[in-house]
Design a protein around this ligand. Structure first.
Ligand code: NAY
Length: 291
């Protein structure tokens, strides 16, 4: 069974000045992340504004990223949609492009029962030969998986892992302990070091776009047992995350990327542009924390 380790940047979707996906900014963003040592990319997740992209744009983005990345890194694609049919369509498209794995949020808007969610993931796994990763994000999907539910899901051997975008460290520890062969990703950057302490060895995050190097460093320091130094880095990360959460994470990440020389445009409406005051706060915290 394939097991993923390391840092996976949940890419923002860069737009040009007409609001279309910008290939040239995507190239710069990918190169920056590779230079900082990431293992791979997570596409069309929350950070990638997936639910504000059309199906065609989601497919184009995967095509563009695969062309740019080549064999230099792993690529995981979120194919979450409202129905199984459309998720399978995106999954098949991603499979044709030879992505490393697909991932999916549980179908949302309508509330389904647990048998329906489990069937959704099994259908997805049956439809493609690439591995499947469950995207657990209760705050956005409003679907809360218990350990029993996750055990049912992970009993399918084609479901090789889970992206845990939750602050529940107890559930995270149980997952890592009970499923050592599966890839368990931490999806909250502000508890990255805590996740390492319960045995996690992979992460998917939005703030990696602007500071992947700090997470690579956290892995190295943790492996070397230098916990005080690791905590110092995590605290720097969290100074930035706390301002990002205040102004809106994806808008804020794009603003800091602009300061770093990569113009990704603004997040799509209904997100509103940042105010000058918010931009100034971001600039200050970025400088103070070495970005
Ligand atoms: C996604 O799909 O892009 C992700 O889930 C990436 C992980 C991010 N979670 C969310 C909900 O966006 O990086 C985190 C998050 O932005 C960060 O920890 C701040 O809370």
């Amino acid at each position: 069974m394939k097991k993923f380790n390391g840092i996976f940047t949940a890419l923002v979707t860069p737009y040009d000045n007409k609001g279309n996906i910008s290939y040239s900014s995507l190239e710069k963003l990918i190169q920056k992340n590779l230079d900082e040592g990431v293992e791979g990319f997570y596409l069309t997740g929350s950070t990638g504004e997936s639910y504000m992209l059309s199906m065609a744009e989601r497919e184009y983005l995967v095509e563009a990223v695969m062309e740019i990345v080549g064999k230099r890194a792993e690529v995981i694609v979120n194919v979450g949609m409202f129905s199984t049919k459309h998720s399978i369509e995106l999954a098949k498209h991603a499979e044709e492009l030879n992505v490393s794995a697909i991932s999916s949020v549980p179908p949302f808007y309508f509330s389904f029962n647990m048998d329906e969610y489990v069937q959704f993931y099994n259908d997805l796994a049956d439809a493609v030969s690439v591995p499947v990763i469950v995207y657990n994000i209760p705050a956005m999907s409003a679907v809360k998986f218990s350990m029993d539910d996750l055990t049912r899901l992970l009993s399918n051997e084609k479901i090789i892992g889970l992206k845990h975008t939750s602050y529940d460290l107890f559930q995270l520890q149980q997952l890592v302990e009970q499923f050592p062969e599966k890839s368990i990703f931490i999806g909250h950057d502000e508890i990255y070091l805590s996740a390492l302490s319960v045995g996690v060895s992979a992460g998917i995050g939005s703030t990696y776009n602007i500071m992947a190097g700090k997470f690579v460093q956290l892995n190295q320091l943790f492996a070397a047992g230098k916990l005080q130094e690791a905590l110092k880095i995590q605290n720097e990360v969290n100074n930035v995350v706390s301002v990002l959460c205040e102004v809106g994470v994806f808008k804020g990440v794009k603003e800091i990327l602009k300061l770093q020389g990569i113009d990704c445009g603004e997040c799509r409406k209904p997100f509103l542009p940042l105010t000058d005051e918010e931009k100034a706060k971001l600039k200050k915290v970025a400088i103070e924390n070495g970005l």
